[in-house]
Structures are given as structure tokens and as C-alpha cells.
Design a binder for this molecule. Structure first.
Ligand SMILES: NC(=O)c1ccc[n+]([C@@H]2O[C@H](COP(=O)([O-])OP(=O)(O)OC[C@H]3O[C@@H](n4cnc5c(N)ncnc54)[C@H](O)[C@@H]3O)[C@@H](O)[C@H]2O)c1
Length: 433
């Protein structure tokens, strides 16, 4: 073993320590220490992973991270609730026994659990909690010198997006990775089709239509000993302060593709309509069940974005329709159509995109080429928030107005107990703030 390998653990720890130093010293220290870390990792050093948010996606994401390299280990878990954490831990111990090194001392619960996990010697953090918590947890993770996998959306309001943009810059200075859970950007077929369209295969883009027309999701019944905070956390999808509403929580996958096709340039303005027709019961919190938004770019191109979460026999489609001067494409439908005939289909290999994004994250760390998806994940999140706000208020709102918004969602204090139930927004009455 080389000298570097013998002291690999020390090198890694000193890298982590130094990456939480003040901004002025950060750039040079990061370069120096990334080199040490990458060298050690490149010789198959273990990379230690912590998961924050052990629910459905978190339990999947941690397995994707472990699939990325046999030298990756999960060493710590954090969740708000013990049952979720224990279920995730047991699943990992059954499915990924050799790579699971979680102990009772490295399991953390509650609102501050993430701070305790960040205080341990994990190298990489996966952020898979409801979106409201993302800005604060991402900031803390980067300040603590951790590389991050960050689920979408990254915020529920403009102050949150601005915080994520600042953290993105800090991560760049520190040489730390932020890989986004906007997973379609890592899908081989989608990358190929978007690339072809951006290279002019169908001429200039004239319009995009994004559909996420789908059914109902899970909902949990209130239990006797639950406070209102407990209920809202367990049913986070239905409270706009926690999820951003489904235009942000789910339709962001489509909006992100439109933003990508437009060269990651934000739209100038938007207007739209939406409401709740089928999910009117109080158990569904304050979110809408449908949105239809028109986004307009400076060059006149428009994206018409429809999303719906309703049950029963209704038309369902999740696809991206792109119209150009010479043809059209359906991205998830894998078709480029010219003169009414399929002119191109992707036929290459198509590994699981969730694995691919983690391979990219860990390869970047090991090869000293950290990936930073922070800007596009923030812009796509703001695009979704803009769509929500034009529908909630009934106003036309510009990107600049949205980016400057001071409307901070969520309760004053994060603690279990009584918190307000947010009102359902009413266009024409709900004010843009
Ligand atoms: N990229 C994708 O395709 C994809 C798919 C599904 C979900 N997601 C995203 O992943 C995130 C999680 O979604 P999910 O489906 O796993 O939800 P989930 O409810 O199954 O899991 C969320 C977990 O976070 C925990 N939690 C809540 N607040 C917390 C806090 N402050 N600290 C620590 N833990 C906390 C919950 O107890 C729960 O176990 C969401 O942002 C969602 O949009 C992305």
C-alpha cells in the first residue's frame, strides 16, 4: 500500500474538516484536499454515506448509491419517525448486508436529527425528505463539507430557491458535489432525444406541451395521538408548505425537461388556472388537484404545462411534446416525427436512470471532478413555484417578480403540536407576495 493509502482515513478526515473552513480559504484548500480524497478513493477507499429521509425514495436512493460501487457503505440514517427509519434499516440489512454499517449510535430522529448525522464522519449525504426541508438541510450539509445527492424539488418558495442558489455557489468553492434527483437528465434515451432536438433535428422549437396527467397518490388517516404537525408531516404531499403542491412535487420532472430544452434559460412570465375539484376533503390539506400553466420565453416560445392528480376514468398521459419548424417529438414516448412518420427512435442501452445518477455522483467524487447540478435544479424548482403562484393568485407573474418574492411558507416554529391548517388558495383573492 502506498503512503497515501496507509493514511487514507486521516487524509479523508482532514479533507472534511478543512472543507468546512471560512470562504476565503476554501477554494485552494478544496482543490488540495479533493486531490487527496480522490487519490485515496481512486484506490478503492470506502466512501461513507448518510441518508436523511428514509421513506420510499430515500430507501431506493440509498440502494442506488450502494449499487454505484461495492466500496460505498451506508453508515448513518436520519428520519423524523422511528418506524420509517427502522423499516429502511431492516431493508438495507437484508438486501445490502455487506455495505450496511449502520449502528444504533448512527441513527438520528426528529427535526434536528440531520444536524447530528452531519456531525459524524459521513462523506456523502442523500437528501430525501419532503421538499420544505431541502434548503436548510442542503446548506447544513455543504457547510459541513459533505457531497450531496439532492432530491427534487429543492424548495417550496422563492426564499428557499435563493438559499439553494447560494449553497450551490458555496459547494462550487468547496469542490463539493450536488447531484440532483431530476433523474430524467441522466436517462440515456431522454438525454439522446433532448440532445438531438437541441442540435436542431426538428428545426427551431416553436412550442412545448408538458403533460403529467395522472391518478391519486397515497394518503394516511389521522391517528388519535397525532398532533396537527404530525398529521401534516405524515401527509406532506397535501400541504403546500411541505410539498410545494403537486406541480412542484411531481410535475417538476416535466417542467425541468422544458427548461432543459430551452437551454436552461428561464421563462419571462407565466399565467394559468387551476383548482381542486375531486380532492376537496380536509384530509387533502390545501393543495390543488389540477393546474394548467402557460409559460412564455423572451423569444416567444411557449410551454403549455398540464398536470392533474385525479381518480376515476380519466385520460392519463405523462409525456413531453416538442414542436419544431421541421417536425415534432415525444420525449418519453421516444419518437421524433417528420412529415407524419417516425423519423427517429432511441434504440441504445438504457440502464436504470436512478443508478446512473449515483454512478455519476460517486465517479465525480472519486475522480476529483465534482458534479454540481445546483443551478438547473433551482431554476426548474422556481419554474414550478411560478406555475403554482399564477394559478393560486390568478395573476400573470414574471420570473423576476417570482425570484424576488419574500413569501416564506411554513409554520414559525418546527416542533410537534398545533400548527395552522393552510387555506386553499382562491384566484382573484389570494395575493401574490
Ligand atoms: N426523483 C424521483 O423520481 C422521485 C420519486 C419519488 C419521490 N421523490 C422525492 O423524494 C422526496 C421524498 O419523497 P418520498 O416519496 O420518499 O416520501 P416519503 O414520505 O416516502 O419519505 C419521506 C421521509 O422523510 C421523512 N421526514 C420528513 N421530514 C423529515 C425531516 N425534517 N428530517 C428527516 N426526515 C424527515 C419522513 O418521515 C419520511 O420517512 C420528495 O421530495 C419527492 O418529491 C423523487
Amino acid at each position: 500500500m502506498s503512503e497515501t493509502n496507509n493514511s487514507s482515513s486521516g487524509s479523508r478526515r482532514s479533507f472534511l474538516k478543512k472543507s468546512s473552513m471560512g470562504a476565503a480559504a476554501v477554494a485552494s484548500a478544496a482543490t488540495l484536499n479533493m486531490g487527496k480524497f480522490a487519490h485515496a478513493a481512486g484506490t478503492r477507499e470506502t466512501v461513507r454515506i448518510g441518508l436523511i429521509g428514509c421513506g420510499g425514495r430515500g430507501s431506493g436512493a440509498i440502494q442506488n448509491a450502494l449499487n454505484a460501487s461495492p466500496q460505498n457503505e451506508v453508515v448513518g440514517l436520519c428520519d423524523m419517525f422511528e418506524d420509517r427509519l427502522n423499516f429502511c434499516r431492516k431493508t438495507l440489512e437484508a438486501k445490502k448486508k455487506d455495505q450496511t454499517k449502520v449502528t444504533d449510535d448512527t441513527c438520528f430522529l426528529g427535526f434536528d436529527g440531520y444536524k447530528k448525522l452531519l456531525d459524524t464522519d459521513v462523506d456523502v449525504i442523500l437528501l430525501c425528505t419532503p421538499p420544505y426541508f431541502r434548503p436548510m438541510q442542503l446548506k447544513a450539509a455543504i457547510e459541513a463539507g459533505k457531497h450531496v445527492f439532492c432530491e427534487k424539488p429543492v424548495a417550496v418558495d422563492a426564499p428557499g430557491v435563493r438559499s439553494v442558489l447560494e449553497t450551490t455557489e458555496l459547494a462550487k468553492k468547496k469542490g463539493l458535489s450536488i447531484v440532483s434527483g431530476l433523474c430524467w437528465r441522466y436517462d440515456y434515451m431522454v438525454k439522446d432525444l433532448v440532445g438531438k432536438i437541441m442540435d436542431g433535428y426538428i428545426g427551431d422549437i416553436t412550442a412545448i406541451q408538458e403533460n403529467y396527467l395522472t391518478g391519486l397518490l397515497w394518503q394516511k388517516n389521522r391517528e388519535k395521538d397525532w398532533t396537527e404537525m404530525h398529521y401534516q408531516l405524515k401527509n406532506w404531499l397535501y400541504f403546500h408548505w411541505l410539498s410545494g403542491d403537486h406541480i412542484a412535487e411531481q410535475h417538476i420532472h416535466s417542467l425541468d425537461k422544458a427548461m432543459w430544452l430551452m437551454g436552461d434559460t428561464p421563462p419571462m412570465k407565466a399565467y394559468g388556472c387551476g383548482g381542486r375539484q375531486t380532492r376537496t376533503d380536509a384530509r387533502f390539506g390545501n393543495v390543488y388537484d389540477h393546474f394548467a400553466v402557460c409559460y412564455e420565453w423572451a423569444n416567444g416560445v411557449k410551454t403549455f404545462a398540464y398536470c392533474r392528480q385525479q381518480g376515476g376514468k380519466i385520460f392519463r398521459e405523462t409525456d413531453d411534446h416538442v414542436y419544431g419548424t421541421n417536425g415534432r417529438a415525444k420525449i418519453l414516448g421516444n419518437q421524433i416525427i417528420m412529415n407524419d412518420k417516425v423519423a427517429y427512435k432511441y434504440e441504445g442501452e438504457r440502464p436504470n436512470m436512478y443508478d446512473v445518477e449515483h454512478v455519476a455522483l460517486f465517479d465525480g467524487i472519486r475522480n476529483d471532478k465534482p458534479i454540481n447540478n445546483g443551478v438547473y435544479m433551482s431554476y426548474s424548482t422556481l419554474m414550478a413555484i411560478l406555475g403554482r403562484e399564477v394559478c393560486y393568485t390568478g395573476q400573470q407573474i414574471t420570473w423576476d417578480q417570482m425570484m424576488k418574492s419574500e413569501n416564506k411558507l411554513g409554520p414559525d416554529k418546527l416542533e410537534f403540536g398545533d400548527i395552522p391548517v393552510p387555506e386553499v388558495a382562491m384566484p382573484g383573492q389570494t395575493k401574490f407576495k
